[in-house]
Design a protein around this ligand. Structure first.
Ligand SMILES: [Zn+2]
Length: 335
């Protein structure tokens, strides 16, 4: 059996400081996903081209509550392109966007920024958020989603209860390297787990030697993980018998510089090379690994029992190499 690698892309617009400075800042729409630099799309366009070149299947978790500010059209055009490229679209939710439905949203900010987390809410409230997001995604042209990723990788049991009530069978809400759920049973590094009638497939978190102030659990993302670490982790996953590995990325990980000022953005060549190399690796080792979207894998996952979390560790030398590479990438604009 091949090891599934699910590349997931959280595809979202940005509030871009509009809650902190409502007079001068405005949310950023399409450019937060297309990420143009020098007239070329280094975000979505780069991703779709790279996947097409290597025959990679991926899942785009598309944020749908931003329609409160932008309407359906801008993300609808993006959804059309993703589906046109033969890739999978599923649901991503950042509840903070619902604040814009109130015409008086600026004055409400005096009471604090809107809550962007899905956890800590009543099940009935979550059912409404999920149904609103799902309806928006379908208005944009997507078919009925089967999977949810909560914004900021937040999870609690009410989220799974609400998903079950909505008939949404797959989740990828857990990423221990980013957020530790209050419920110890939800602190999952990977694998696949039935929770309240929903199958949770967490973003992989892997161990690294504690160096300086770095946390012990590291989230598997393009920005966090170098090519050497990624390949080491994938072989270790196969060795350990892990069936499914989930990686998280965003279109804006492939540019760098000032996110609020398009003129000061640059191509993030190191991160682009990491994605290229990952897709090439999966194609070159298609006897051992396969790229799998959530839509493609759903039937097998939903027919199976829990799969335990793998305890994977990045090998030391690639970790040290990545620390140097990431630091240089931050400091040197041309890299
Ligand atoms: Zn998000």
């Amino acid at each position: 059996m091949r090891t599934q690698v699910a590349i997931t892309i959280d595809t979202e617009f940005s509030v871009a400081g509009a809650f902190a400075d409502p007079e001068r800042r405005r949310p950023i729409g399409e450019a937060n996903v297309t990420c143009p630099v020098g007239g070329r799309e280094q975000g979505l366009g780069f991703l779709l081209d790279t996947f097409a070149r290597h025959g990679t299947s991926a899942t785009f978790f598309v944020e749908a509550l931003q329609t409160a500010w932008f309407g359906d059209e801008p993300m609808g055009a993006i959804v059309e392109r993703i589906l046109g490229a033969g890739q999978d679209v599923q649901l991503h939710l950042h509840p903070c966007w619902t604040a814009f439905r109130d015409p008086d949203w600026r004055s409400l900010l005096a009471g604090g920024h809107p809550d962007d987390n899905c956890d800590g809410r009543a099940t009935a409230e979550l059912v409404v958020l999920i149904e609103e997001g799902r309806a928006a995604l379908q208005r944009m042209g997507a078919s009925k989603p089967i999977a949810l990723r909560t914004g900021n990788l937040r999870s609690d049991r009410n989220i799974y209860r609400a998903m079950a009530a909505c008939g949404l069978p797959l989740a990828s809400n857990v990423g221990l390297g980013l957020n530790r759920p209050h419920d110890p049973a939800l602190r999952l590094r990977g694998g696949r787990h039935w929770i309240e009638g929903v199958m949770e497939v967490p973003v992989l978190s892997y161990g690294q030697l504690a160096i300086g102030s770095q946390p012990a659990d590291r989230l598997f993302t393009i920005t966090a993980t170098s090519t050497a670490e990624t390949e080491g982790l994938l072989w270790a996953a196969r060795e350990a018998g892990a069936q499914t590995i989930v990686l998280l990325t965003h279109p804006f990980e492939f540019i760098k510089g000032d996110r609020l000022d398009p003129a000061r953005q640059r191509v993030n060549r190191i991160n682009q090379r990491r994605l290229e190399r990952l897709c090439a690796f999966l194609a070159d080792h298609d006897g051992e690994f396969e790229s799998a979207s959530f839509a493609q894998a759903a039937r097998g996952w939903l027919a199976a029992p829990d799969e335990p979390e793998p305890r994977l560790h990045a090998p030391l030398l690639p970790v040290l190499g990545r620390m140097v590479e990431n630091k240089a990438n931050d400091l040197i604009p041309a890299l």
